[in-house]
Design a binder for this molecule. Structure first.
Ligand code: C5P
Ligand code: C5P
Ligand code: ZN
Length: 455
């Protein structure tokens, strides 16, 4: 840990010397929070700051950035494109957690220091380490945690681990965050309990998931209040006893419907409560906050998410809330589509092709969510068409990674063989490939993943 903190401190010295900084970041929750952290700490350090969001960092984009900037701080991206950035002649640093193309001294990246960038440190938490080295920026730990949760870094262990958890400890010590062991369902802060249950499909609760009447009947039958007078109760409004009762009855229901034990276990875990945010707001719980951010950035409105991270609770916040409705609807429509068209299985992988029916920016989220009904023994590959060709998103499980699967490596090989480009993490990766090359891409990928299993 000493080594990575030392690098953070060295890079903070580099930043101190710059007058004008362009922050370049990624358009997802981890990217927005990374950008907000960099923006805020630079502003506090008296720098002139500009921020720029990119969907991916190709050579053209790098060229454009190089033409417009003197010093660039890349957050939540850059490590996969180090050579291209170097070639552009830019003066830059990187705080990123993607698998680095090569090791350089101007990168703060967990992989270089022996940590796994898919669980132990995200773009935002990596960026926070530098912000922290720059000065008194402990308050930024809260949105750093939102970024890590936005990248699902807590999903496989039920909590944040590694350096992420040291940052959580720091946030707790400083009074910015509270850790609560609770249900991992979406909407605990913001939705009536019956709605929260109705819209939860992972795990699938027979008779409750997808059924408003079923959800209300279930709560009634176990003596958990649905309403208080005219007011629908949210999860946070229930008493400890009611929550315990609800959880144990859900577990009982899942056990009796033969839901795999591992899936039941994933239902509960650490949740991260932002103490400076209002109770019942979309920003109070890191999971809901990060979904709200994805709802802005993935639809080209990343500025809105950024403003919310920087403290806007007026116009931007209300825009973000309406985008959230839209995002949630798109995700459930997307999942329904996958269920309809079905997931095709190959020997070592499985895939679906959404054409233009799912946005390329959310197809990866949908792919990950599809594991609630797909075969957990094979990686899921998803295709969606966009203006550049075909966007590929791949997701695996922790167990698959433990069995040797490394999606970023496999996707990179397969994408390059068909004239595309890709990268990411062991458990989640993506690429863009030429239209029409999907079949060949799948054939190569299936073989490469097969080889990874054998090793
Ligand atoms: O580009 P970036 O690193 O921010 O994206 C990471 C992606 O990996 C996220 O979309 C996240 O959902 C996915 N992921 C995952 N499971 C994990 C870790 C990350 O699906 N355990
Ligand atoms: O877009 P998606 O959420 O599927 O991306 C999963 C991971 O793959 C992210 O970490 C993303 O940065 C990475 N990726 C990449 N190159 C691409 C597309 C995605 O490195 N062309
Ligand atoms: Zn990230």
């Amino acid at each position: 840990m000493k080594e990575i903190l030392k690098r953070a401190s060295e890079l903070s010295d580099v930043v101190r010397k710059a007058e004008e900084v362009t922050v370049v970041t990624h358009i997802d929750a981890d990217g927005i929070t990374s950008g907000a952290i960099a923006y805020r700490c630079l502003e506090r350090a008296g720098k002139e700051v500009r921020i720029r969001f990119v969907k991916s960092l190709d050579d053209e984009e790098i060229e454009r950035i190089a033409n417009e900037s003197t010093f660039v701080w890349f957050t939540d991206l850059g490590s996969g494109q180090i050579s291209s950035i170097e070639k552009s002649g830019l003066n830059f640093i990187v705080t990123d957690h993607h698998v680095p193309e090569k090791v350089t001294e101007n990168q703060l990246n967990p992989h270089i220091f022996g940590y796994d960038g898919s669980y132990e440190l995200s773009g935002a938490t990596t960026t926070y380490l530098l912000a922290r080295a720059l000065g008194l920026n402990y308050d930024l730990s809260a949105i750093a945690i939102v970024g890590a949760v936005g990248d699902l870094q807590d999903s496989n262990y039920g909590r944040l681990i590694g350096l992420n958890s040291s940052i959580v400890d720091e946030a707790v010590r400083n009074g910015y965050v509270k850790v609560v062991r609770d249900l991992k369902f979406f909407g605990k802060q913001t939705r009536p309990v019956y709605k929260m249950l109705e819209y939860t499909f992972d795990p699938y609760m027979p008779g409750i998931s997808g059924s408003e009447r079923g959800a209300i009947r279930f709560l009634d039958s176990i003596g958990v209040r649905v309403k208080d007078g005219e007011r629908w109760l949210r999860w946070i409004d229930l008493s400890e006893e009611e929550k315990r009762k609800a959880v144990s009855e859900i577990v009982r229901l899942l056990m009796s419907s033969n839901t795999p034990f591992s899936q039941i276990m994933r239902m509960v875990g650490d949740t991260y409560i932002l103490l400076e945010e209002e109770e019942g707001s979309e920003l109070r719980d890191a999971m809901e906050f990060s979904t709200l951010l994805n709802a802005t950035a993935r639809y080209g409105e990343e500025e809105v998410g950024l403003l919310v991270c920087l403290g806007d609770r007026g116009k931007a916040f209300s825009r973000a809330r309406s985008l959230l409705q839209n995002h949630r609807r798109n995700l459930s429509d997307g999942l329904r589509l996958v269920d309809e068209i079905g997931i095709e299985e190959m020997q070592n992988i499985q895939y679906f092709h959404a054409g233009r029916k799912i946005l390329d920016t959310i197809v990866g989220i949908v792919a990950g969510m599809s594991y609630s009904f797909a075969n957990r023994n094979k990686p899921i590959i998803a295709f969606a068409e966009n203006e550049d060709g075909v966007k590929v998103s791949a997701r695996a499980t922790k167990l698959l990674v433990e069995r040797g699967v490394h999606l970023a490596q496999a996707i990179k090989i397969a994408a390059e063989k068909v004239g595309g480009k890709g990268g990411g993490h062991s458990i989640a990766a993506g690429a863009t490939i030429p239209k029409g090359s999907e079949e060949e891409f799948l054939r190569i990928l299936d073989r490469v993943i097969g080889e990874q299993f054998c090793k």
